[in-house]
Design a binder for this molecule. Structure first.
Ligand SMILES: Cc1ncc(COP(=O)(O)O)c(C=O)c1O
Length: 316
């Protein structure tokens, strides 16, 4: 059960149990919403949201790809989130802003329906579990193809698109695996159900390019930069299914899962069947970045400023 005290909804702070929508909300029927998954970490400098602006800008881009004008600016959403986290008294949390077509119009043309915006924050542990983060997870290549750009918009983080991830996730869990890895229309690897994927072979790190049907993951970008800063060679290229089986190491990145080693895919052990050396180096360096332990990446942290919203209001 996820729980917290207050939710931000269309500019107001409302009690968690009162944050409800009408059953004829457009987004509920047709998936016409866009959202983000963001994390706030308790660092030595205080609570800090990882790459907050990048996430909010992606939210804005996802909305625009679905012809949705957000009624709040990135800066308004940023300060609302700061205030929400401090009002809920959370030192660390998961953050879920969502903008969706609301109540008032039905039918497939959503342009007349209002755009509602909510932000929820709650404590949420590691998505794929502590054990998975430490020892690696088992993944299954899904029989479901990842949505492509001829039917949807892989680069948008839109609610309805997640039915694709949901089917893949259910299939993998029912078959006894932790996560699904999806292929594209050509049979090439694209990503996990909610994570980007990386393969390491002979010291070279490969990941599918953003021109493929992936979400342009913010953690993917961060890990690519960290890896390059550490002197590793990172190539964005087509990754075949067999590239995964034959890799020395495979790992996933995402806000919910962070950086998770994959120890087995389709019952093939990856490398030694344990988290690989490069994966562990990157996992440590990435954690250091998330928790503000590396000066070099401090600019990625948006420190929670209590009272920021009030000060902005006062300044007009
Ligand atoms: C389909 C999909 N791919 C990749 C990611 C990873 O993106 P990020 O690192 O920005 O969380 C996510 C999570 O948001 C996702 O849902």
């Amino acid at each position: 059960m996820i729980e917290s005290e207050l939710i931000w909804h269309n500019g107001e702070f409302v009690a968690w149990e009162d944050a409800k929508v009408h059953v004829l909300t457009h987004g509920l029927h047709y998936g016409t919403g866009v959202f983000e998954g963001i994390r706030c970490y308790e660092t030595e400098r205080g609570s800090a949201i990882f790459r907050h602006l990048d996430h909010l800008q992606r939210l804005e881009r996802s909305a625009s790809l679905y012809y949705m004008d957000l009624p709040y600016s990135v800066e308004q959403l940023r300060s609302a989130t700061h205030e929400l986290i401090s009002r809920n008294g959370l030192a660390s949390c998961y953050i879920r802003p969502i903008a969706y077509r609301g109540y008032g119009h039905m039918g497939l043309n959503p342009l007349e329906a209002p755009v509602d915006v909510s932000i929820a924050v709650w404590p949420w542990g590691n998505y794929l579990g502590e054990e998975g983060t430490r020892n690696g997870i088992r993944a299954k290549v899904s029989s479901w193809e990842r949505i492509g750009s001829r039917s949807l918009i892989p680069q948008a983080k839109a609610s309805g698109q997640y039915l694709n991830s949901v089917l893949a996730k259910i299939e993998s869990v029912k078959a006894g695996y932790d996560e699904a890895i999806l292929l594209d229309e050509h049979g090439n690897v694209v990503e996990g159900s909610g994570e980007n994927v990386f393969a390491v072979r002979d010291g070279v790190i490969s990941t599918p390019p953003i021109s493929s049907a992936i979400l342009d993951g913010i953690n993917r970008r961060s890990v690519v930069q960290i890896a390059r800063d550490l002197g590793y060679s990172v190539v964005e290229r087509v990754v075949a299914r067999t590239d995964l089986y034959l890799a020395d190491e495979v790992f996933l990145t995402g806000t919910a899962a962070e950086l998770v080693p994959v120890r087995e895919i389709d019952d093939h052990a990856i490398g030694t069947g344990k988290p690989g050396e490069i994966t562990l180096v990157l996992q440590r360096a990435f954690q250091d970045a998330l928790y503000g332990r590396n000066e070099r990446y401090l600019e990625w942290l948006d420190l929670i400023e209590v009272g920021l919203a009030d000060r902005q209001k006062a300044a007009g």
